[in-house]
Design a protein. Structure first.
Ligand code: CCH
Length: 283
């Protein structure tokens, strides 16, 4: 008799081909939406992929994108995940259309498709994440970065995942996308004037604009002289800390290098803690 094919799923009478290209296309189709933020769900989906993955602890292998535990309490209600319920719910129709894909694969693939769809680099991605059944598998809280803190905190959080200084700066370049929302994080405004285009503008703005503390009732954040753009305290650390600043300068000058380093680091972030079956082919 025929051996079961790894890329196929038996469902009663028929065999469904796992067509990840079709899922990618379905994600591309929901990215642009008038009336939501700056006209795209892309930045929100990148944040979903990152927060699903950024809980990883290399010391014990817990956390990470595998399991898609953000569906469950307590992780879905962490303050750091505020707003990501929206990201998860816009993906539900795609999950319904392609029920064979795991949530964990769908969320990470969405981040990849969003970066690519907003003009960013191609991100190597492969399937193989398996959803866990309940919230007992949620990682410990407090693992995602706190925007009010300094360079030491950034290094603690990202080295726990296994990243070095250069990779921390490259990954932070994702803040070229999207914006802060007072009802989610307490912060406000976008980092750049092109928040739905993946580029190295964030690094250029960090270096070339004058950033001063915003005078308001909210948490400490920085604003440019137009008062329309923002930087978080953690963003400012990337130019205050000499070792980080070196890479900000590199990426501000060399967008190609940023794209290539971001693609490698983001791809690795989305795979932390995932055990792929042998010979899984990238799509
Ligand atoms: Fe981030 N991020 N991030 N971030 N982030 C926020 C929004 C986005 C921190 C804090 C915040 C990464 C690293 C960090 C995105 C991608 C990445 C917000 C506003 C805060 C606060 C949330 C809101 O109010 O909606 C901190 C702190 C760090 C590290 O120290 C990394 C790494 C990535 C991806 C690789 C994206 C994209 C957004 C925009 C989301 C949106 O809805 O527009």
């Amino acid at each position: 008799s025929e051996m079961p094919q790894p890329a196929a799923l038996a469902t009663g009478q028929t065999t469904v081909k796992k067509d990840y290209g079709a899922v990618k296309k379905a994600i591309e189709d929901i990215l642009d939406v008038e009336g939501y933020d700056d006209g795209s769900y892309g930045p929100l989906l990148v944040r979903l992929a990152w927060h699903a993955s950024g809980t990883f602890d290399k010391a014990d292998g817990t956390g990470g994108s595998n399991g898609a535990t953000m569906r469950f309490e307590p992780e879905c209600s962490w303050g750091s995940n505020a707003g990501l319920d929206k990201a998860r719910s816009i993906l539900e129709p795609i999950k319904a259309k392609f029920p064979w894909i795991s949530y964990a694969d769908l969320w990470t693939l969405s981040g990849v498709v969003a970066v690519e769809g907003m003009g960013g680099p191609t991100i190597p991605w492969r399937p193989g994440r398996v959803d866990k059944p309940s919230g007992v598998h949620c990682p410990a809280g407090g693992r995602l970065p706190d925007a009010s803190k300094g360079a030491q905190h950034i290094r603690e959080v990202f080295s726990r995942m296994g990243f070095n200084d250069q990779e921390m700066v490259a990954l932070s370049g994702a803040h070229t996308l999207g914006r802060c929302h007072t009802d989610r994080s307490g912060y406000v405004n976008p980092w750049t004037n092109a928040p739905t285009t993946f580029s190295n503008l964030y690094f250029q703005d960090l270096l070339n604009k004058k950033w001063t503390p915003k005078k308001w009732d909210g948490p400490l954040q920085y604003e440019d002289n137009t008062k329309t753009l923002m930087m978080l305290p953690t963003d400012m650390e990337l130019i205050k800390d000499k070792k980080f600043r070196k890479y900000v300068e590199l990426y501000a000058k060399n967008e190609e290098q940023f794209f290539s380093d971001f693609a490698s680091a983001f791809s690795r972030l989305l795979e932390l803690g995932v055990q792929f079956p042998a010979a899984t082919v990238a799509v």
